[in-house]
Ligand binder design. Sequence first.
Ligand code: SAH
Length: 484
Amino acid sequence: MKKNDLFEMTIEDMSKDGEGIGHVDGLTVFVKDTAPGDRIRARVMKEKKNLAYARLEEVLEPSPYRVTPACPKARSCGGCTLQHISYEKQKELLAKHVANCLTRIGGVEQAEELMEPLIGMEDPYHFRNKMQFPVGLDSEGNPQLGFYAGRTHALIPLTDCPVGHPVNKEILSAVREYLSESGASVYDEERHTGLIRHVLTRVGFSTGEVMVCIVANGDDLPKKKLLIEKLQQAVEAYNRENVSAKDGEECENIISDELKLTSVTLNINRDKTNRILGFSGRTLYGNAVIEDTIKDDVGDIRFRIAPESFFQVNPVQTEKLYRKALEYAELTGKETVWDMYCGIGTISLFLARKAKRVFGVEIVPQAIENAVENAKLNGFTNAEFFVGKAEDVVPSLYAKDPEKYRADVVVVDPPRKGCDEALLKTISEMRPERIVYVSCDPATLARDIKILSGRGYTLKKAVPVDLFPQSMHCETCCLLSFSG
Ligand code: SAH
């Protein structure tokens, strides 16, 4: 087969990026927008030694797992890759992906037997508390906010996004109006000119606090008052509509009915980069942070969150995930615990309630500032936080004072690339009884489990938690014990 050839094929499986996989003439072929069980006609786009990428031309016989996507832009947008597949099937695909990684990469025997059933959502829409919309111009030169099409930086204008909080619809239209009325220029990635780059929104699902952060290639905005007025009107419009639609479609993921605009900030990013946020910023209205709460079995824990800080995007599922991490940690009140990659101290404070002492480490300084405040805000005096790379900070503290900085339980929750090997080495030297590994990428999780199993740790339990419905991303919580 060569480029532009048309062929027919049945989709057998899904790739980790949400493409359907089939086989033709000994080639493994990847096709977006397909579902396992589809019989399709497709056109070859790119061909390599044993694999090819093809574009879907026609679904000849639809898979029984196909459903109509909730979003009209689902196919062009790069955000959701599985909206056309039933949620039941999505959960099955994710659990299978985690099991495969554990077996093939992690060398775990009988992975499926030690895995608990995937924890999914009741309502897999309107769950995201954070959105980041790139700003650009449409073909007529009007400012637009939207999403990048899969794997490119072509802007798809959006007026709403069904996986986000419904207030985003009002915010998108308010910012669009502000852009056309204020004359603020729109950032051009290629020329590195223009001002407004991205708009980040975050909503405290249980507190109703709304944050809007404008990311700009400069340190000021024209007509700031106009922006604030438009945003206030947007939140008021949402509250009015939401109250009148009370007996209509309520969303069980959203706890607070009434929203308030709590924080409008400017983030300055002058770099020619794909990274969305820059390293400095200032408050234009209200506070620099918003607050949200997560419940453990005793009560609410309150968190202050800065725009630069990481905070899990799906509050309903985050609570289930953290409760699992706490369950796997098996704390009795006597333990010293390390929470590595701790962000604003979310897991740390869940642990602090049940442990003697908690240490947290995190690379983003604003997140550590939040973590220290959050411990105070909730009255915890047994949590201490360090800023820096976990792989530098932990080995050096442990070398300095092994008695003080050893741990009975270690929790790690690294970004997608997983843990640094130097960190895994120090962790195994500390020899905690248990390691709780919270991961957002099953492949690097499995790689690290293999390294830890070479250092005396055995995987005991694993549970996938779906934090990102409609996509192949999957969170996994694992328990490893020292077995010598
Ligand atoms: N446990 C937290 C955060 C998890 S996300 C929560 O559940 O909210 C991963 C965190 O690791 C992010 O906050 C990121 O800023 C941080 N991080 C990334 N690389 C790091 C490194 N090398 N050392 C320490 N922290 C790092």
